[in-house]
Design a protein around this ligand. Sequence first.
Ligand SMILES: Nc1ncnc2c1ncn2[C@@H]1O[C@H](COP(=O)(O)O)[C@@H](OP(=O)(O)O)[C@H]1O
Ligand SMILES: [Mg+2]
Length: 277
Amino acid sequence: MIHPYSDAVRQLVMAAGDAILPYWRSELDVQRKQDDSPVTEADLAANAVLVAGLEALDPQIPVLSEEACDLPLAQRAGWSSWWLVDPLDGTKEFIVGSEEFTVNVALVRHGRVVFGVVGVPATGRCYYGGRGLGAWRMDRDEPPVALRVREQTAEPRVMVASRRHSSAAQERMVEDLQQAFGDLELVQVGSSLKICLVGEGAADCYPRLGPTSQWDTAAAQGVLEGAGGELLRVDGRALSYESRADYLNPNFVALPQGVSWAARLLQVAQSAEGTRR
Ligand SMILES: Nc1ncnc2c1ncn2[C@@H]1O[C@H](COP(=O)(O)O)[C@@H](OP(=O)(O)O)[C@H]1O
Ligand SMILES: [Mg+2]
């Protein structure tokens, strides 16, 4: 057990995944939210399972979910601990029938991730971890496997990026990184899985110049930090989750802690940041 609540949250994340699966690869009613992003009955079904379960687990800890985020800052500013939830990350992947969608729950305290759980309903896999607690991957009914970021290498070899969301700055950065580091392979994956891939040592880095929200990254950041990695803003500071009027993250890079190529990667990301079409 990594935290008194981690087993219960892992079970809730699996239950939310089970609530999603009947909708996967079936005829779906897709609605558009105010920001024009898609939402389906599956997002809402998973949200209902998670919100009810987390509130029952500890009525003192408020829940902030992508699907229930209309809470005034004045109310949230007084929270010391809260659950940050994305019931279905990678909705566009889900809609096209891909396996690359996740269920995400993080416990945040004073703006830092205590631990996070990322479920992958399509495969029955679950990642969980937190800074100072460790990180694990568990396949349904299998024993957990401890995770560790990749061994230090002279240069990054595998970079992950979104399948469906990019930006002029992101494209420029990918090109510049491939120039800066020879043989840097680009692998495109949907959802918070990208951060977990860095945590389990399947990829070296995930640099993102493009919008994400706090619930997209917090749970997987717990996994990454427990596995010896970090999620940094391009100015090198850790990504944190203070309550603000909006929920948007700054641009970031996920990578193993203390690698020799970190400064170069951040420098390339910083200089690509201002690129416009
Ligand atoms: N313009 C935008 N503003 C805010 N978030 C965005 C965005 N474009 C993409 N995202 C976020 O990126 C997530 C998908 O990540 P990826 O592109 O890595 O698969 C989306 O999660 P949801 O699927 O939960 O909406 C969404 O939150
Ligand atoms: Mg999301």
